[in-house]
Design a protein around this ligand. Structure first.
Ligand code: 13P
Ligand code: ZN
Length: 270
């Protein structure tokens, strides 16, 4: 089947990275059924010929108005689509959309009229916010990592920076590769504009990864591989904590002095 990715190797390379990560999410057990979603801002890889393509669906309202991303293009996982299917066939389980009407609506342009993820308000609000701050981040990942979600079932770990500090202290890599820590958003209805707004304000507090209580995690980074890595190191730290608890003790954790030493030596932001 002809695809808009044919003869566009740079754009295809970005979609290939999404497919690679979708496979990891399934292998990790973080992507039951249609669980999780990915969007990436692909505007810089869209050429003039592509810009003139007609819409095959829409316009449809986003549910909020996002002027900074008006005219931008995104690859989005399709709503109800499975990561394990997307990893094999990204353009059958997701689509390329462009934002129109001053940031109030989107159109599907290619390859097929696959409706984007139900978390589109949160994803596009985050992309809009990232552009407004001049960030280089172009990828948003939402997934359901087992151990991180389990932590949010305990009040203690929902406190500001309680989980961040514990996770950072399990293994040095966690602070090095998730240096802004884990922001916490209390339970809100999936796909709601309230959840999108709470996510934005938590990112604005200085986090690149945000936990949605009793649901999942949302991470932003330069590309989708980097966003995945941040969640992977955090969940690994949660697994180490749980392994210690399962061996019958409360893990000691690295000391505050050891964590500070990492910040100074590697020039970390926190
Ligand atoms: P979608 O299938 O609509 O992307 O929803 C999956 C999900 O994880 C909702 O939070
Ligand atoms: Zn979800």
């Amino acid at each position: 089947m002809a695809s808009v990715l044919d003869n566009r190797p740079a754009l295809k390379a970005q979609i290939d990275k999404v497919a690679e990560v979708a496979g990891y999410l399934w292998q990790k057990g973080w992507a039951e059924r249609n669980g999780g979603n990915i969007t990436i801002n692909v505007t810089r890889w869209v050429d003039e010929q592509m810009r003139s393509l007609p819409a095959i669906d829409g316009p449809r309202p986003i549910g909020t108005v996002l002027p900074n991303i008006n005219g931008c293009w995104f690859y989005c996982k399709g709503t109800g689509k499975r990561m394990r299917d997307l990893s094999r066939a990204p353009m059958e389980n997701g689509s390329l959309i462009r934002v129109v009407d001053g940031g109030a609506a989107y159109e599907i342009v290619a390859d097929a009229p696959v409706r984007p993820t139900s978390e589109l308000p949160a994803h596009l609000s985050v992309h809009d916010y990232l552009l407004s701050t001049g960030s280089s981040f172009r990828a948003v990942l939402h997934t359901h990592p087992i151990e991180l979600v389990a932590l949010t079932h305990c009040r203690k770990w929902m406190g500001k920076d309680a989980a961040t500090h514990m996770l950072w202290s399990m293994i040095p890599e966690t602070k090095a590769f998730c240096p802004r820590g884990l922001g916490m958003v209390p339970y809100m209805l999936p796909s709601s504009v309230d959840l999108a707004e709470a996510t934005l304000s938590t990112l604005a507090e200085g986090y690149d990864v945000v936990m949605w209580e009793k649901h999942g995690v949302l991470a932003v980074d330069n590309d989708i591989i980097d966003a995945f890595d941040q969640v992977d190191v955090l969940n690994k730290a949660a697994q180490i904590y749980i392994a210690g608890r399962n061996m019958g003790f409360e893990p000691e954790g690295m000391s505050d002095a050891q964590l500070r030493e990492l910040t100074v030596t590697f020039g970390l932001p926190k």
